[in-house]
Design a protein around this ligand. Structure first.
Ligand SMILES: Cc1cc2nc3c(=O)[nH]c(=O)nc-3n(C[C@H](O)[C@H](O)[C@H](O)COP(=O)(O)OP(=O)(O)OC[C@H]3O[C@@H](n4cnc5c(N)ncnc54)[C@H](O)[C@@H]3O)c2cc1C
Length: 398
């Protein structure tokens, strides 16, 4: 591949796959490096709000995704103390063509993106191939990659680090920047819809708020399974997405916190739990240097409470491709300027979302009179007004 149009993307997660497609659609050739031997996602769900689904639709993914995704009719805010609904945000009233609200199994999203990437002749997906190092020179970049014991070099115009929260590309740019542990752990699992009464298998996202913890459930896999995420405080903080968790530990945590029988029934019905210690990457540092930049969790991993981490990686991909395609000329200076522009366009929004996610976590976990006040405010505002507070997130377009 010629260096002049070749961009190397490190990491074939949701961000790297989307960026590769967006770059290829804009006329670049892409080498996509993925250290895993196979592309497979841990078994859990993902909410894709209209700001993200709009980008995926524009990349032509709607036919592949709509078969697997579920379009929830509402987000229901639930009280973990009373077991009742506090408020219902009517998602079906905000639906726009080409920008649905989807809930989907991560494996289904990854498979759709992978299939689209593999059908694109301008993308060379290299599995079992990990980014190791990069150096810049007059002809562009030399990127060093490793496949087993073999190291090889590739010339490229630019390098995009889409290699997740423990990014090796970020370590190269910012060796002192470390993800910070939040003191919270996400427990994730799924259950078969046939195990539950009908009222808990409707096309709804349910967010249960309780003392020091919260629980999110929604249907995935065409509605055949329910995704369950329980967020609790804890000290266990090993990196990784898929550490098995002891179901008795999570059940006991929710009994001790005085949760109502209904959310406890949902937790009890999950067959296998996985734990995920929640880290975030501080958003203040620069992401771009010369012809190297970062995208998605590598740049700005956030707490998942606004359900926007993957959505931000998808948005990043669209903006990055647009900035690179729109650069003024083929010079190194124009390339650097394009990457700086990308960072400048993205930084305020992702930092605002990082703050929003932190704040939501605190609000979800309130207890006592503060929780009662929260529920009263939510009830008084009503679902439509609550939903309109998300406009700045959902109405975004590249
Ligand atoms: C509990 C929980 C729930 C969430 N729910 C939502 C939600 O509902 N909606 C939403 O939008 N977001 C959600 N998120 C956030 C979302 O999961 C992440 O923000 C998103 O997956 C980040 O994607 P990414 O492509 O940047 O990184 P990743 O998905 O981490 O992908 C990085 C890829 O890079 C590869 N890699 C790593 N190092 C190298 C290397 N040196 N060379 C080559 N490849 C490498 C990895 O193997 C991996 O495939 C949630 C997160 C959590 C923890």
């Amino acid at each position: 591949m010629a260096a002049s149009r070749t961009i190397i993307v490190a990491g074939a997660g949701i961000g790297g796959l989307t960026a590769s497609l967006a770059l290829a659609r804009r006329g670049f050739r892409v080498i996509l490096l993925e250290k895993a031997e196979r592309l497979e996602e841990a078994g859990a769900g993902l909410q894709l709000s209209p700001n993200a689904s709009r980008v995926l639709t524009e990349l032509g993914l709607q036919p592949r995704l709509s078969a697997a995704a579920v379009t929830p009719e509402a987000i229901c805010l639930m009280s973990a103390t009373s077991g009742g609904e506090i408020c219902r945000l009517p998602l079906d009233q905000t639906a726009q063509p080409g920008a649905p609200y989807w809930v989907i199994h991560r494996a289904d999203l990854q498979a759709a993106l992978r299939d689209e990437v593999q059908s694109c002749s301008d993308i060379d997906l290299r599995l079992g191939c990990q980014f190791e190092d990069v150096s810049s020179h007059a002809k562009g970049l030399t990127v060093i990659q490793r496949s087993g014991t073999t190291r090889c070099e590739e010339l490229a115009l630019a390098l995009i680090g889409a290699d997740g929260i423990w990014s090796a590309v970020r370590h190269h740019l910012l060796p002192d920047l470390q993800p910070r542990f939040s003191g919270l752990i996400a427990w994730r699992g799924t259950l078969d819809t046939t195990q539950l009464p009908r009222e808990y298998t409707a096309r709804r996202v349910q967010l249960w708020m309780g003392r020091g913890a919260h629980l999110v459930t929604y249907p995935i896999s065409g509605g055949r399974r329910i995704n369950v995420v329980a967020v609790v405080p804890g000290q266990w903080n090993r990196p990784g997405w898929s550490e098995p968790g002891d179901s008795n530990e999570i059940k006991t945590a929710f009994v001790a916190a005085g949760w109502h029988a209904i959310p406890r029934m949902l937790i009890g019905a999950v067959d296998g739990w996985r734990r995920w210690a929640l880290f975030a990457v501080p958003g203040g540092a620069q992401w771009s240097e010369g012809a190297v930049t970062l995208l998605g969790d590598a740049a700005h991993a956030m707490l998942p409470f606004a359900a926007q981490g993957a959505a931000m990686a998808i948005e990043d991909a669209a903006v990055l491709a647009k900035c690179l395609a729109g650069r003024q000329d083929e010079s190194a200076a124009a390339l650097t300027a394009a990457l700086q522009r990308y960072e400048k366009l993205r930084r305020p929004r992702v930092m605002r979302l990082q703050r929003t996610a932190r704040q939501l976590g605190r609000i979800y976990h309130l207890s006592g009179p503060l929780a009662l006040a929260r529920d009263l405010v939510i009830k008084t505002m009503g679902g439509k007004r609550m939903l309109s507070r998300q406009d700045w997130i959902y109405s975004w377009q590249a």
